[in-house]
Structure formats: C-alpha cells, structure tokens
Ligand binder design. Structure first.
Ligand code: CA
Length: 230
C-alpha cells in the first residue's frame, strides 16, 4: 500500500487554498493549511510534512523569506513555490533560495499534481512506489526483502531493495550511474564506488533477470547508465 504523503498548503487566497485542499484530498494526500507566513512557520516547527506548497506572496512573512529561513535552519522538506504571472524574477530566486520547483499561477491542478509527484519521487522513491509493488514480471515485497516470480521467492538484500525501489520509482528514464550511486548509496561517486555499484547491479541481475548476460529488466544504456522500461 502506498503511504499517504502529507502536504502543507501555504496560501492566503482562500479560493485557491480551498481548491488545492479539495483536489489534494481527492487524490489521497493528507493535507494541512496555513493562511499566512507566520502560521506556516508555527505549523512547520511542530509537524513534519512530505511536501510544502508555498505561495510566494503572503502576509506577515513572505514565501521567499520563509523558504530562506527554513533552508537556513536545515529543513529538508521539499518545497514547491506558487508564483503569480509577472513574478518572473522571483521564480528564479525561488530556486536559488532552496525551493525544489515552482509553478506559475494560474496553473492546472493536473500539472501541479505531476510536479508534486515528480518532486516526491525524487526525494523519496520509497513513497512513490510503496512497500510492495510490481517490477517487470516480479512482485517486490520490501519489508520481507523478497521478490517473487510465479510463486518462486528470491531473497534480496536491503541495498538491492533500495536499487529496485529507485528504478521502480523512475521508470522509462535513463539513470546515470552517478545518480544511482548518489540516490542509493547517498554518497558522491568515486572509483571505488563505481566498482561497488557494478558488483551490486551484477549480483541483483543474477537474481532477477532470466538471463543476466542479456538483462531485460534493468537494461544497460551504453555510455549513459541504466534504464527500467515499463
Ligand atoms: Ca498570495
């Protein structure tokens, strides 16, 4: 089961706020709201969220100031800034002050949802795919550290599970070896790291591919990295 991601909506315009809350609830998110910068700051000090939607122009403390403060204080929650047309400069600043993405009003809710999912996937692949999911012709069970194919169980390591989760959360996209190393090992790539990763991929392929000499699930993209196609 996919966990519900919790979202804080910081927006002073009631109409927009209500529309966002309804839409996000409908899509299965847990939502909280703040009507100005001060309230947002109070709420974030007490509770952790998976994502913050932050309006740029807010009473009391602006979205820009808030974002700067939060990042300065080490808050790592992903933030998507909501900006209005004509605030082009602020948009760029939004990313400079540590927002993960921005979207310009008026925006379509579907586009916002796509951006949110992209940010959530990037920041937490486990949330994007959940704890049990299908991966090619395999059933993956993360808590049990097992994959199953036609009733046959294969044990996987925690690291292999993390690799599978990352590919499952990022299908149909070439993932460079640097990216995979950074996301799964949470370290910057080194020569030793490259070898470690190659060994893990080879071992994982030996477990999940029908023919590890010709991998069909985690494919090699020559000179670019790996790809999981759905
Ligand atoms: Ca506003």
């Amino acid at each position: 089961m996919k966990q519900k991601a919790s979202i804080l909506v910081v927006e002073d315009e009631q109409k927009i706020r209500t529309a966002l809350l309804d839409f996000l609830e409908f899509h299965g998110f847990k939502v909280a709201e703040a009507v100005d910068g001060l309230e947002a700051e109070r709420i974030v000090a007490k509770k952790q969220f998976d994502l913050i939607l932050l309006d740029l122009m807010l009473p009391k403390i602006s979205g820009e100031q808030l974002c700067t403060r939060w990042r300065r204080d080490g808050l790592q929650t992903p933030i998507i800034m909501l900006t209005a047309k004509g605030q082009e400069n602020e948009k760029v600043d939004g990313l400079n002050i540590g927002a993960d993405d921005y979207i310009t009003k008026p925006f379509s809710l579907e586009e916002l949802l796509a951006r949110m999912n992209a940010v959530l996937r990037r920041t937490d692949p486990a949330r994007a795919v959940g704890q049990s999911f299908e991966f090619a012709d395999l059933e993956v069970d993360i808590p049990a550290l097992k994959v199953r194919r036609e009733g046959k169980e294969i044990e996987i390591t925690k690291r292999e599970a993390a690799i599978i989760q990352y590919f499952a959360a990022n299908p149909n996209r070439v993932i460079s070896r640097e990216e995979l190393y950074k996301e799964v090992w949470e370290e910057t790539m080194t020569e030793l790291g490259t070898r470690t990763m190659d060994m893990h991929i080879a071992k994982l392929r030996g477990k999940i591919e029908m023919n590890s000499g010709e991998p069909q699930i985690i494919k090699t993209v020559r000179g670019a990295g790996y790809k999981y196609e759905t």
